[in-house]
Design a protein around this ligand. Structure first.
Ligand code: SAM
Length: 270
């Protein structure tokens, strides 16, 4: 009984390791985020292992089915649609349950989009933060960006093509016109990397909209900005229309200070 976490290609079908192919062949069952999607990969590599659906992002219903297979001694391979399961993909509840029950979990190395994007970007890669998909709701997004704003390291997000300009608009409003790198269609025929500031990228994407999968890397806070006072940060959030309470919470979170301290500054604002 073993759960093997198996990364699959993020575009180019040949980006799969020999060990992943062996594991997919040897496992009793493959649990896949989308079985129709994974079927294409299995057909390409002539793998005939039984396939079931497992997607804990949409429903927890499959968890017990997979756990029962593992408990009865079966070897289950977990795959998502692309790249490493768990990375903005299903898998965590299953891994936690296995760890809790003492079932072996094996993670096989392989493709993950943000690693390719980071290396290709040429940005400082010694320290970075990966957020996956940012919140969709504007108020939550703004709170998150206020928290991110003072951080010095590069941060990385995943974004859908139809939302990228909207997200860039929010990024520019809250973080200023930072340098960004957009890495698109990695490992595929139309792989493209755009390196510029947010305003120029917005202009480029408005003039020539891009489709396909994308990773966005955003440079960290410039030195002079890190010394912004609590007062200035509050004012800029209030000017963006954030409520006083939300702004206080966001500033306290981003600066790791007590809400009371920010509240006192907010009370003195006109
Ligand atoms: N598990 C995947 C991984 O390891 O990267 C990520 C899954 S997440 C649901 C899908 C997102 O990953 C896409 O919306 C896109 O932001 C990013 N992504 C996946 N493949 C990509 C590619 N070939 N080029 C650029 N971004 C990609």
């Amino acid at each position: 009984m073993k759960l093997s976490i198996c990364p699959t290609p993020i575009g180019n079908l040949r980006d799969i390791t020999l060990r992943v192919l062996d594991t997919l062949n040897e496992a009793d069952v493959i649990a896949a985020e989308d079985s129709r999607h994974t079927r294409k990969l299995l057909t390409h590599y002539d793998i005939k292992t039984r396939l079931i659906r497992y997607d804990d992002h949409h429903s927890q219903a499959g968890l017990e089915t997979v756990m029962d297979l593992l408990r009865s001694g079966k070897h289950v391979a977990l795959v998502s649609d692309a790249g490493m399961p768990v990375i903005s993909d299903p898998g965590i509840p299953l891994i936690r349950q296995c760890l809790e029950e003492g079932i072996e979990v094996d993670v096989l190395p392989g493709a993950t989009a943000f690693v390719n994007a980071l290396v290709l970007s040429g940005l400082a890669a010694d320290s970075f933060t990966f957020y996956g998909f940012l919140p969709r709701k504007q108020s939550e997004l703004r709170r998150k960006l206020a928290e991110i704003k003072p951080r010095k390291e590069v941060f990385i997000i995943y974004e859908a093509p139809h939302r990228i300009v909207k997200t860039l608009t929010e990024l520019k409003a809250l973080l200023g016109n930072r340098q960004v790198v957009l890495a698109r269609e990695l490992t595929k025929m139309h792989e493209e990397v755009l390196r510029m500031d947010i305003a120029s990228l917005m202009e480029e994407l408005t003039l020539h909209p891009r489709k396909g999968e994308m990773v966005l890397l955003v440079s960290g806070a410039p030195e002079e900005e890190i010394s912004t006072t609590i007062e200035q940060e509050l004012i800029s959030l209030l000017e963006l229309g954030m409520s006083k309470n939300d702004a206080i919470k966001a500033v306290a979170q981003s600066r790791h200070v007590a809400k009371r301290e920010v509240y006192q500054v907010a009370m003195k604002l006109k």
